[in-house]
Design a protein around this ligand. Structure first.
Ligand SMILES: [Zn+2]
Length: 327
């Protein structure tokens, strides 16, 4: 099962989160693979999308925010768009639009940043907006300050976090066809009476960037985490192996019903209602031409199919016949 664990380092201005998405992630992959038009993701795309999803889950659980955190990569390579969305209750979904073939060893820039035009956008969209309230959006390029292409998604997100929150953050991300996982280590904002005056606080925090010895030590330990360890180790073993010399306080883990989980708002009912809106004549003419109506959810890839009998039942619910099915 998917799980998320938060912890702090006792007496130090450093906190951390580990996320392991298993069932939530494989359900996303399963829906995509079952889509007869798009088909399964190439392994390199799978890794990128899984890492993006793990990063978004870490960021959503790291902030106090009611609404959707959406991370998008607008690519200038064969992956045109990758989108992940994580709600404040940690329900999540993800998709990528791929045009053309992706080599097995494709790098991040091969896929989304060929000409350094790739961008990563992070949007916080409150569920219920006040009048005039706009979603917050931050955008960072997929290159460093000197235009060098970033080949790790974790570097892109670290860059964003430093820009938007003025806080040092270290991320380790990994994904394969079973697990999408991430570790986040972040320096906490300075606290204390002297820092309460608005501007003072952020200046003091900015002065601390890169300088806090405790954070630097812990960040180096975190950065030593190997991809295979992050994917393969259980959370207890992972934290013990990395931080055995540190004192940690763990918070109650989010598992079971509280764990991150897949959810998409599409359903056979919604698609059925849309077809009813289209009208019986139009629906029947599509079926006459193609044998069935197929509607795919843009966000999870699920395909909903209606043959002549399904359609008859849809427009005349009392008629006997087959049922529509989602795959
Ligand atoms: Zn869907």
């Amino acid at each position: 099962m998917s799980e998320l664990h938060k912890f702090i380092f006792d007496g130090l201005p450093v906190r951390g989160i580990v996320v392991r998405l298993t069932s939530a992630w494989t359900e996303i992959l399963r829906r995509r693979a079952a889509n007869t038009t798009a088909g399964a993701y190439a392994p390199a795309v799978q890794q990128m999308l899984g890492e993006l999803l793990a990063a978004a889950t870490l960021m959503q659980s790291n902030i106090k925010f009611e609404g959707a955190l959406v991370m998008q990569i607008f690519g200038d390579g064969p992956v045109k768009l990758a989108v992940v969305e994580v709600q404040s209750d940690l329900s999540l979904r993800a998709t990528a639009t791929v045009v053309g073939a992706i080599d097995a060893g494709a790098s991040l820039s091969d896929m989304v940043n060929r000409d350094n035009l790739g961008r990563c956008a992070i949007t916080l969209d409150p569920g219920r907006r006040f009048p005039g309230q706009q979603p917050y959006q931050g955008v960072v390029p997929l290159c460093g300050d000197r235009g060098e292409k970033l080949e790790r998604l974790s570097e892109v997100v670290q860059h964003y976090m430093l820009q938007s929150e003025q806080l040092d953050t270290t991320l380790v991300l990994a994904a394969d066809d079973q697990v999408a996982a991430g570790l986040l280590i972040q320096r906490l904002p300075m606290q204390g009476a002297g820092n309460l005056a608005g501007g003072m606080r952020s200046m003091a925090d900015e002065d601390q960037i890169g300088l806090n010895e405790h954070y630097n030590r812990i960040a180096m330990l975190a950065a030593s985490l190997k991809r295979d360890e992050l994917l393969g180790l259980d959370v207890d073993t992972l934290l013990r192996r990395l931080f055995w010399q540190e004192r940690l306080t763990r918070f109650e883990a989010l598992t079971g019903d509280a764990a991150p989980r897949f959810a998409c708002s599409c359903s056979a009912q919604r698609v059925g209602a849309m077809l009813v809106g289209l009208g019986q004549e139009e629906a029947q003419s599509i079926i006459a031409e193609r044998g069935e109506i197929e509607v795919a959810c843009e966000f999870c890839g699920a395909q909903y199919r209606y043959d002549a009998i399904d359609a008859a039942q849809l427009f005349n619910p009392l008629a006997a016949g087959g049922t529509s099915s989602a795959q």
